[in-house]
Design a protein around this ligand. Sequence first.
Ligand SMILES: [Zn+2]
Ligand SMILES: [Zn+2]
Length: 266
Amino acid sequence: MQTFGMLALKPEGIELDFAATAQWILNFFAGLSLEQAAFYLLIQNILQYVLCLAAGHLLIMMFSSRRIAPAPAPLEQKEIWLSISCIFLNTAVAVIGFQLWKAGIIVIHTSSNALSVVTDVMCLLLLMDLLMYLTHRICHIPFIYPWVHKTHHLYDNPRPLSLFVLNPLEVFGFGFLWLAVIAFYHSSWLGIVIYLLMNATWGTLGHLGVEPMPDYWTRIPVLGRLTTSRFHAEHHQLKEKNYGFYTDVWDSLFKSISEGYRKQGK
Ligand SMILES: [Zn+2]
Ligand SMILES: [Zn+2]
């Protein structure tokens, strides 16, 4: 096999070499000043915002016959401003992450070995899911709720934008939890990228108001533990159920899963 930078020439054709790609990106960021890194991380957060909204509205059009929550009220200016502030706050968290990485507190390795990447994604996903489940439950304690989480529940018939309509404290809460997890767990670059893509995907799915997953989804072994769009839509309606985000594992274990969620399609 011959390699040309990030591309590897194999008998079957040209393939992207993920380890070389990871190394190239890490080298690129290592050479940036704080201001330059902030600029690129802002661009990345703007792109994520635009792509989540575009994909979300495309899915709503495709699955309009499978509505699971009433259509949202007309968009308010407050929602737009809160969601735009979320882009800048997420960028601030990413810049802090960049500084922690440069200081050696966050360590990212470049392995592209399939087993190690799958292990990283599973560990990051389950660990973040557990921590988000616990912090989400804490956020619903009555004297904490108005200070941190009420903003997100002001719009209980969600639309894709609702993913970004959060109190700044909640954005920082999630962001610092994530930085703490990757400081504790030394993941591969590819594991982090896949986790972040899944985070954006499940965030978008949870706020569609329509269901793209098939009715039999929850009956699929292992994969069916990943939540459907209905799972988080029900949290917006019921509030004291379905605190998890990526999986229903912790809600099942701690008995906070909504009645009937796992019985769909039976
Ligand atoms: Zn939500
Ligand atoms: Zn909530």
